[in-house]
Design a protein around this ligand. Structure first.
Ligand SMILES: [Zn+2]
Length: 340
């Protein structure tokens, strides 16, 4: 099969690799219908995470080709969506809704890599969710979005307790930030403030439900959010970037007693304890338990209630993955879909 391999920072190649095989009786082999490039794939691409012939990709939809003896919930021929973290969906942590912290958690990006024609998915029963039937082609990008960016944005909005009567501020206008806006709208938020300087992303933010746009950043961004909320700050804030400035902006924009949901992967962020102490806010974040939300998200997409697929603004064949990475690195594309 063909698969994307990151030889070293900046060096993306599509190579012949051995087809995956069933190893454990709880595995499934899927043939991918589509995959994509994530903002977090840029960390190794830019050399911020080390990469040495690393398989890439963790978002996937496809058709089940083969299942192990113990797989019960999906069958050969099913169209499936999976989370970017493998989970059994049965342990105590999974049952509590935190499948990304499952006792059997495994990051698809690190060991499997779904920028490929096929993939072996461990714990298939707990990780994969079948759609009600074969999807129309126009639904595929939205189902693929559910695999990570939509699921992550949704988790962020839930963690921030977005809901009726709430003002939600979203820091970050990448794919996850945009999906958090969609989620906040679906969850019934009254007012949704998108923090963005990018005209096209502002337009998409409004399409997904943003009622206000704030272009200021850092302390000025915080001041602007306060101004828009009678000096209080937002009830709910989503952090979907992962830099020092964006994180502190998110903390500062949250009102006392409010909720911050943080899902931007952050490496060098240092949160001064004293600032967090005096902020007096609830915080919840981390890798999203996408699996918790998948059945609901698939239903909303299937019933055409939401259109998260619009977040993909560049589509390329898998063979041109290197160009996709370049386009995202240079911010010429928000999110790149790779076809097979
Ligand atoms: Zn589990």
């Amino acid at each position: 099969m063909r698969q994307v391999v990151l030889h070293t920072a900046g060096d993306v190649r599509v190579e012949d690799r051995p087809d995956p095989k069933i190893i454990d009786p709880t595995d499934a082999i899927i043939r991918l219908t589509a995959t994509c490039i994530c903002g977090s794939d840029l960390w190794p691409y830019r050399g911020i995470e080390p990469a040495d012939h690393q398989v890439m990709g963790h978002e996937y939809v496809g058709i089940v080709e083969e299942i192990g003896d113990q797989v019960k919930n999906v069958k050969v021929g099913d169209f499936v969506v999976g989370s970017f973290v493998i989970s059994d969906n049965t342990c105590e942590i999974c049952q509590a809704g935190f499948q990304s912290k499952c006792v059997h958690a495994e990051f698809v990006a690190q060991t499997i890599g779904t920028q490929s024609e096929k993939a072996r998915i461990p714990h298939a029963d707990g990780t994969l969710v079948a759609t009600p039937g074969q999807p129309d082609p126009e639904l595929v990008p939205s189902l693929l979005a559910a695999s990570d960016v939509l699921g992550t944005g949704w988790y962020a909005a839930v963690a921030a307790e977005a809901g009726p009567g709430k003002t939600v501020a979203v820091v970050g206008d990448g794919a996850v930030g945009l999906m958090a806006i969609l989620a906040a709208k679906q969850l019934g938020a009254e007012r949704i403030i998108a923090m963005s300087r990018h005209p096209q992303r502002q337009e998409l933010a409004r399409f997904y439900g943003a009622t206000d746009i704030v272009e200021e950043r850092g302390d000025e961004g915080v001041a602007r959010i306060k101004e828009l909320t009678g000096g209080l700050g937002a009830h709910s804030v989503v952090e979907a970037v992962g830099t020092q400035e964006s994180f502190m902006q998110a903390v500062g924009a949250t009102r006392g007693g409010g909720h911050l949901g943080y899902v931007g992967v952050n490496y060098d962020v240092t949160i001064p304890g004293i600032e967090l102490f005096f902020a007096g806010i609830h915080t919840l974040g981390g890798p999203a338990p996408v699996r918790r939300f998948l059945p609901d998200l698939i239903r909303r997409i299937w019933d055409r209630e939401i259109d998260p697929g619009k977040v993909f603004d560049l589509t390329l064949p898998l063979e041109q993955a290197a160009e996709g990475y370049k386009a995202m690195d240079e911010r010429r594309a928000t999110k790149v879909l790779l076809t097979l």
